[in-house]
Design a protein around this ligand. Structure first.
Ligand code: SF4
Length: 398
């Protein structure tokens, strides 16, 4: 039997819903013809979403960066500054609430609270902020943070990760965004984030969260010099935890951005590597419901293509994003363009909730939304005439 025949048999088995081993996933990732890989992944997607397979989703959200101070100094990061730097900033709660107000004003449903590991921010900081956000904006879903922040805040406050999760969940956190996964295997993780918790610890904390009823997404940072085998090992580590908890709602690979960081772009993932990862993830992660394509780091065309390689979701209109943008992610979009991208990929676009329910299905272009203020990277705190929270004074854009 030839290698190609073996690969075809593995692809056929995966497309039919059979589980594939990490070794088989690696062979597919390395050697399967790109179109055959995409076709198998698309078959799996169509079967999983039988009845709604014609739909692809997006969400409207805002990243709110609360501080750029960080003690963890990841080598791929262009966002952080050391805590003693004169470039440190911390957003006030009032400023954060204005950003939430603007999100509501523009039809956003989710915020991603995201920042550095500030040396003074323990569990109490997050409790106070999440409680304040939920009090003012109970309609906003707080889909934020990840195991790294939990590990850090628990250490600062001298509590267990379990207690930290219980407390921030009680204060208003709805689900974890799953950032900080980077590369989970030890070698590539130590190479790019030597001060971060281990991949095993990241997964252990996610497992605790899932057990406490706090679900999450999962991510992978591609292109910092990891091997193909290490990428597949990352998937295996996620699949093993998912077999026990079922708490990962989605898997979201994205690509390293090369500017303004210690790694200086010496290695990067190609669009083909990215598309192959989307497809292999759909085939290998048979226990994760959603595979998200990301236009922000790979561009709109590649994001659109991902919908033919197993992805069922095209990410978000991020009203604000500063982290990967600091490292050179230049792509910008808006709600109408995302709808158009999805439609031109042959799907019916639908705005979704954090938990993936369809909020608005755009099945008739005549009824498409026309609000041209819903653009990515708006990053202001001022909307003239905003009504989402009349109690908050509108301030100048910054
Ligand atoms: S990626 Fe996060 S943890 Fe790492 S340096 Fe940047 S802000 Fe800090």
């Amino acid at each position: 039997m030839t290698v190609n025949t073996d690969l075809t048999a593995v692809l056929d088995r995966a497309a039919a819903g059979g589980r594939i081993t990490p070794e088989e996933a690696l062979e597919l990732y390395r050697s399967a013809p790109l179109h055959a890989l995409g076709a198998a992944a698309d078959t799996v997607r169509r079967r999983r979403y039988a009845g709604t397979e014609h739909i692809a989703t997006y969400i409207i959200e805002r990243n709110i960066n609360y501080t750029n101070a960080c003690v963890t100094a990841c080598k791929f990061c262009a966002f952080y500054v050391p805590p003693k730097s004169d470039k440190v900033w911390i957003r006030s709660l009032d400023d954060i609430l204005r950003r939430c107000a603007e999100t509501v004003e523009l039809g956003g449903t989710q915020i991603m609270f995201q920042g550095g590991h500030h040396p003074d921010f323990g569990v109490e900081y997050y409790e106070e902020h999440f409680a304040a956000i939920k009090k003012e904006f109970p309609q906003l879903v707080i889909h934020s943070l990840g195991a790294s922040e939990v590990d850090h805040m628990a250490r600062i406050s001298g509590v267990t990760p379990e207690e930290a999760i219980r407390r921030i969940h009680a204060a208003g956190l709805d689900s974890f965004a799953g950032a900080g996964a980077e590369l989970l295997p030890e070698r590539p993780r130590k190479a790019i984030a030597p001060l971060k918790e281990s991949g095993e610890r990241w997964l252990e904390i996610m497992e605790i969260a899932h057990t406490l009823g706090v679900e999450s997404t999962s991510t992978m940072l591609m292109g910092t010099g990891e091997t193909n085998a290490e990428r597949i090992e990352h998937l295996r580590m996620i699949r093993d935890v998912q077999d026990r908890t079922g708490g990962f709602r989605a898997f979201i690979p994205y690509t390293y951005q090369p500017q303004n960081n210690v790694l200086k772009g010496r290695t990067q993932a190609t669009i083909f590597e990215y598309l192959r990862m989307i497809a292999v993830a759909r085939l290998f992660l048979d226990n994760v419901a959603h595979i998200q394509g990301s236009w922000l780091t790979v561009g709109k065309e590649a994001g659109q293509l991902s919908l033919h390689y197993g992805a069922d979701d095209l990410g978000s209109v991020m009203l604000e994003e500063n982290v990967v943008s600091s490292a050179g992610a230049k792509h910008r979009s808006n709600r109408m363009e995302l709808i158009d991208l999805i439609r031109k990929a042959g799907r019916v676009p639908a705005q979704r909730a954090t938990t993936y329910e369809h909020l608005v299905v755009h099945d008739d272009p005549a009824n498409d939304p026309v609000d041209d203020r819903v653009v990515s990277h708006l990053s202001s705190t001022a909307i003239e005439g905003g009504t989402a929270h009349p109690g908050l004074k509108i301030v100048e854009a910054s």
